[in-house]
Design a protein around this ligand. Structure first.
Ligand code: 13P
Ligand code: SF4
Length: 304
């Protein structure tokens, strides 16, 4: 089968079996073409809460499939590639959060959505990169313990100077490996290009950026801009997607190492096998974990 034939089989099977395919923006172009929805973590959570399909296949990483399951206990939720996990989501666990809470009893605990369902049981609110500023501005608490991405936390804190933030030392290995010195050659080669960066990048990168936002935010900014050249400071799949969406514009990766190997794992073959009940992993959560992690996720959807 060639790519087109495989895509046609997937589309046929998903309709027949009442399956909704959700794909994070970092998935390949071939996966975008067969997905029912593509977008950032916040958009995926919204779609997960809305879908009426019996089964959801998540093309992304494990915490995203867990969020879908938390919101849809009666649906079958399948992670298309069971190996696809976000390393940042493994940096802290429930015991760590409980310890941080003991140390900061007067702070609201805010978890980035890139955390396990188990960790979310003990937090007050969940945020995504696109919703964090809006949500944390709205909550009544003045002191916020932000887990686990220090770069995102610092970026959000700078937008909400009236609140006090406490951080832990976590972060995305993909985004934080790129230092300003490593991007010098790209920036110098394209002096008129706008730099669009994800808030998981180091502060020295976001400080130089013309726009800072989520994956969907970056895409929308580039599509709607009248400028013609952009340097993309997030996973390099976004460069490819933008090049398809705007062939008349030029897009460059901020650095060649902006690659998330976990997000790149899922293939069309994985999705096809899920549809044949011959692959993927069905996500299950103990009901107590689901109910406890649901509360901060619902608060995010309501406030975001
Ligand atoms: P978004 O919220 O922009 O989708 O980011 C999720 C992520 O994993 C980025 O690395
Ligand atoms: Fe996790 Fe970073 Fe990959 Fe996003 S890009 S899934 S935060 S490792």
């Amino acid at each position: 089968m060639n790519t087109r034939e495989l895509q046609d089989r997937i589309i046929e099977l998903k309709k027949k079996k009442d399956v909704c395919i959700l794909a994070h923006a970092y998935q390949s172009h071939a996966i975008w073409e067969i997905a029912d929805y593509t977008g950032d973590s916040f958009g995926l959570s919204q779609k997960a809460a809305e879908t009426t399909a019996k089964t959801v296949i998540m093309c992304g990483v494990r915490f995203m499939a867990e969020t879908v399951k938390t919101l849809n206990p009666d649906k079958k939720v399948i992670l298309a590639n069971p190996e696809a996990d976000c390393p940042m989501a493994r940096q802290f666990d429930l015991a760590d959060v409980n310890y941080f809470k003991q140390q900061n009893p007067d702070a609201a605990v805010c978890a980035y959505i890139n955390t396990t369902a188990d960790l979310k049981r003990s937090v007050d609110i969940v945020v995504t990169s696109s919703s964090a500023v809006t949500i944390l501005r709205k909550i009544p608490e003045q002191k916020i313990l932000f887990i686990p991405d220090r770069n995102l936390g610092a970026y959000v804190a700078a937008q909400i100077p009236e609140k006090e933030f406490i951080y832990v030392q976590g972060g995305c290995p993909t985004h934080q490996r790129v230092k300003a010195s490593m991007s010098k050659s790209v920036l110098e080669a394209h002096p008129s290009a706008l730099l669009l960066a994800h808030p998981e990048c180091l502060p020295e990168i976001t400080a130089m950026a013309d726009y800072v936002g989520s994956t969907t935010g970056i895409i929308d900014y580039a599509v709607n801009s009248s400028e013609k050249e952009f340097i993309i400071g997030t996973e390099s799949s976004i460069v490819e997607h933008l090049q398809f969406m705007c062939p008349e514009k030029k897009f460059y990766a901020l650095h060649k190492d902006l690659v998330c190997h976990n997000m790149r794992l899922t293939t069309l073959g994985d999705i096809y096998n899920c549809l044949l009940d011959n692959g993927g992993e069905e996500i299950t959560l103990p009901e107590q974990v689901r109910l406890e992690s649901l509360k901060p996720i619902q608060r995010m959807i309501a406030l975001g």
